[in-house]
Ligand binder design. Structure first.
Ligand code: UT7
Length: 330
């Protein structure tokens, strides 16, 4: 589905939680047959962050949420809804969003988690836009949080080189932009390819199975390189925008080659593309808000800019959102 809605909603703040522990490509190559040069050339990843013992999807989400709230300078009671996207929750319930709501004191908020793998954050953003545009919510917190290290098969060199841990949170608010303009959301999925990227979390036929990620890398790669271009073009067209109207392109950080080929075909200059893949790897639903946090901290996010955020992955699902940034400078 795709829709453009005239709205003055905008993102007003971002927060992040980045685990301290750095795992380099060299460290991974001590366990599986791979090397730094191969990983960098094929993926663009130099290192990734891995959660410490006791750090969970919930605890990372809470750190990111608190930071976003502090930077937005609003009261927790003003949050109407918390949506957390994750593919690696430590349990089925209570939801991570419920625990975040309690921790930050968002006692008037509804709270629910969403699962659309690496497209999860974009899906949650799309739902936030819908709730705000319908009038049901004024202020929504959207979180992406992952501890993928817990569901990674560290003996599978085809996947263990890719993933990292972290969390990011944004706050979206009605009336934050001075004028109304087209906000655009596309959410899509091709479930026929669902078996090409699978994350086992709990049990199969009642028996516990190892938590791990299995991926048919080449199929997902082909899907991703096409989806990034097609979805972005549809979103621009639906909103009546062109590439020149987009100030920052924030793609999901799966593989630098996917991003570079997409960006080249779309015609975005590299200075308008945010990359954190080299330092954080693929953090699934956390990758887009971590990019926003990086852009904000480095002064690349300026009030009034239009952001085009695109997530894709397991499902195989994709989500693309064009939304303004109206946060205060760092
Ligand atoms: O976030 C969700 C979305 N995920 C993605 O978008 C991921 C999409 N896929 C990819 O990024 C890439 O497919 C990978 C990075 C996973 C793999 O890169 P590739 O260029 O597609 O490699 P390949 O799977 O075609 O493998 C090429 C060769 C193979 O050897 P042979 O058969 O040519 O002798 C693999 O066995 O590279 C070998 N290989 C490795 N070699 C060193 C596979 N993994 C590794 C490794 N180190 N870690």
């Amino acid at each position: 589905m795709i829709a453009a809605v005239e709205s003055d909603l905008a993102i007003i703040a971002v927060g992040a939680a980045i685990p301290d522990r750095v795992v380099t490509n060299d460290e991974i190559s001590q366990r599986v047959e791979t090397d730094d040069a191969w990983i960098q050339e094929r993926t663009g990843i130099r290192e990734r962050r891995v959660a410490a013992e006791g750090q969970t999807v919930t605890s990372l989400a809470i750190i990111a949420a608190r930071q976003a709230l502090e930077r937005a300078d609003i009261a927790p009671a003003e949050i109407d809804l918390i949506l957390t996207a994750t593919a690696s929750p430590e349990r089925s319930f209570p939801s991570i969003s419920a625990l975040v709501a309690d921790d930050i004191g968002a006692h008037s908020a509804g709270a629910v988690d969403m699962l659309a793998a690496c497209a999860g954050f974009a899906y949650a953003l799309g739902h936030a836009v819908a709730q705000i545009h319908s009038g049901l919510a004024t202020t929504v917190m959207v979180i992406g949080s992952e501890v993928l290290s817990g569901i990674t098969d560290w003996d599978d060199r085809g996947t263990c080189i890719l993933f990292g841990d972290g969390a990011g949170a944004v706050i979206i608010r009605a009336g934050a932009a001075p004028t109304k303009e087209n906000v655009v959301v596309e959410l899509g999925v091709d479930g026929s390819k669902g078996g090409d990227l699978v994350g086992d979390l709990t049990s199969r036929n009642g028996k516990p199975v190892d938590r791990n990620i299995r991926m048919n890398g080449n199929v997902v790669y082909r899907f991703a390189t096409q989806a990034i271009v097609d979805s972005t073009r549809r979103v621009l067209e639906a909103g009546g925008w062109t590439q020149d109207d987009v100030d920052l392109f924030v793609p999901h950080q799966a593989n630098l080659r996917i991003i570079e080929s997409g960006v080249a075909r779309l015609g975005f200059p590299s200075e308008r593309v945010v990359i954190t893949l080299d330092s954080y790897g693929n953090t699934s639903s956390a990758s887009i808000p971590l990019c926003l946090d990086y852009a904000w901290c480095t002064g690349r996010l300026q009030r009034g800019q239009r952001l085009l955020m695109m997530g894709l992955g397991g499902g195989l699902a994709w989500g693309t959102c064009l939304i303004r940034w109206m946060g205060e400078p760092a």
